[in-house]
Design a protein around this ligand. Structure first.
Ligand SMILES: NC(=O)c1ccc[n+]([C@@H]2O[C@H](COP(=O)([O-])OP(=O)(O)OC[C@H]3O[C@@H](n4cnc5c(N)ncnc54)[C@H](OP(=O)(O)O)[C@@H]3O)[C@@H](O)[C@H]2O)c1
Length: 388
């Protein structure tokens, strides 16, 4: 493969750091053109000195800091809140890795697909709120989307080169999150620190909380529906605590294909970067004897009702997934900030969803308006509860 020019959005996060680890193993295959952060200017500074990107982006305060620290003739500093759509659509860019979190990734995601790039999204929020628009633009402009999220990567790999007409359903696996074996009665007193202690995956804080509520799995159901053009009833969820099978697809003759691998995000990240090739990897190989036996169970929707909220949002469609995501982003931030309890996450999101007047067949502006409304409404409920 010829040397590819890469932009990594969110290079200072868990996905971004792992992407740079993969890139470091193949210096002849990639040139880093752009790196972006939000606040973490110190880590970005270290990444600049190692990878020499032509562009970096972060918040205004970090821009001011970096200006005094780096060689401005070699690296241009951009504003992360405004300049990402232009950055990812630059002519010299081949691959855009979307490792930033939240719906803030949507403008850059859309811009990258409109520019016909290879897009490797780990970010799921943008696909949840505007997946239809993203997939339509990707098709119209010849963009290639190779998912990084491990479950979507597994489905993508199982479907590769196959006729999707033969697909019966996908089986999305879930590790079950940090609370799989914790009785529901104890959920009310769980601390932020306990929730962040995920048994299988080391990830950013927001997605770790979403994994504990299983909202993350719910988002993945919506994400899979958008990426692979599926209805809610064509997606089954199975809890698989060993998290070795990353997902499966069942074809109409009853055959099932699964993708397995160690629980390390560098595996799906490397595949997204090497696609359609496969390259050597230093990761440990699967040891079936040590990892087994593999077990499966149905998700407990009473214990994890956020999962059901997401499935309902997918079925209802319109602006509801956008409001779901917005309310989740606000409530999880409030939980991490110790403003609300773990159980309040579900309560606040449910209230916001119930109040929303769903608009069908929304345009992008409607989706963004619903996002703003959902955030405002969730914030209002959180602040109201604090006054009581
Ligand atoms: N981590 C995983 O294993 C994993 C697996 C599957 C999917 N995902 C998805 O990948 C995305 C990133 O997850 P993560 O765990 O890597 O998150 P993370 O560790 O919290 O990192 C988030 C990255 O995004 C940047 N960022 C945060 N808010 C931003 C904003 N408003 N605008 C621009 N940049 C912003 C952060 O910058 P600062 O560092 O400066 O704050 C950081 O670089 C999420 O959508 C998540 O659902 C993650």
């Amino acid at each position: 493969m010829a040397c590819k020019n890469l932009v990594i959005l969110g290079s200072t996060g868990s996905i971004g750091i792992n992407t740079l680890k993969v890139v470091s193993r193949f210096p002849e295959k990639f040139r880093i053109i752009g790196l972006t952060a939000y606040n973490n200017s110190r880590l970005l500074e270290r990444q600049i000195s190692k990878f020499l990107p032509r562009y970096v982006a972060l918040k205004q305060k970090g821009m001011d800091y970096l200006r005094t620290k780096i060689d401005l003739k070699k690296t241009k500093i951009l504003n992360v809140d405004y300049d990402l759509p232009e950055l990812v659509s630059r002519k010299e860019i081949d691959i855009v890795v979307i490792g930033m979190r939240g719906s803030a990734a949507l403008p850059a995601f859309l811009s990258a697909v409109k520019a016909g790039k290879i897009v490797a999204p780990a970010n799921k929020e943008a696909l949840v709120i505007a997946g239809d628009a993203i997939m339509r633009q990707a098709k119209e402009n010849g963009a290639t989307i190779v998912p990084v999220d491990s479950e979507q990567s597994a489905i993508f790999q199982c479907l590769e080169g196959r006729n999707t007409k033969d697909l019966k359903k996908v089986i999305l696996t879930a590790s079950g999150g940090a609370l799989l074996d914790v009785p529901y009665e104890e959920f009310g007193k769980l601390t932020v620190e306990e929730i962040l202690d995920h048994p299988r995956w080391k990830m950013g804080k927001k997605i770790t909380v979403d994994s504990a509520t299983l909202m993350n799995k719910g988002f993945e159901v919506i994400e899979a529906a958008r990426l692979f053009g599926l209805r809610a009833d064509e997606i089954e969820i199975l809890v698989h605590p060993q998290a070795i099978i990353h997902s499966m697809v069942e074809f109409r003759d009853g055959s099932i294909l699964a993708q397995l691998g160690v629980t390390d995000m560098r595996l799906p990240i490397q595949y997204a970067l090497s696609y359609p090739e496969r390259w050597e990897s230093p990761l440990p190989r699967l040891d079936f004897i040590r990892e087994g036996p593999f077990t499966f169970m149905r998700p407990d929707l009473k214990k994890f009702p956020c999962l059901e909220l997401a499935i309902e949002a997918l079925k209802r469609g319109g602006t509801l997934p956008s409001v779901l995501n917005a309310a989740d982003e606000e409530t999880v931030a409030a939980f991490l900030n110790k403003e609300i309890s773990f159980l309040d996450i579900y309560k606040v999101i449910t209230k916001v969803l119930r109040k929303h007047k769903v608009q069908d067949d929304p345009e992008l502006d409607d989706v963004l308006e619903a996002d703003a409304w959902g955030r405002g409404e969730a914030r209002r409920l959180i602040d109201k509860d604090k006054k009581v």
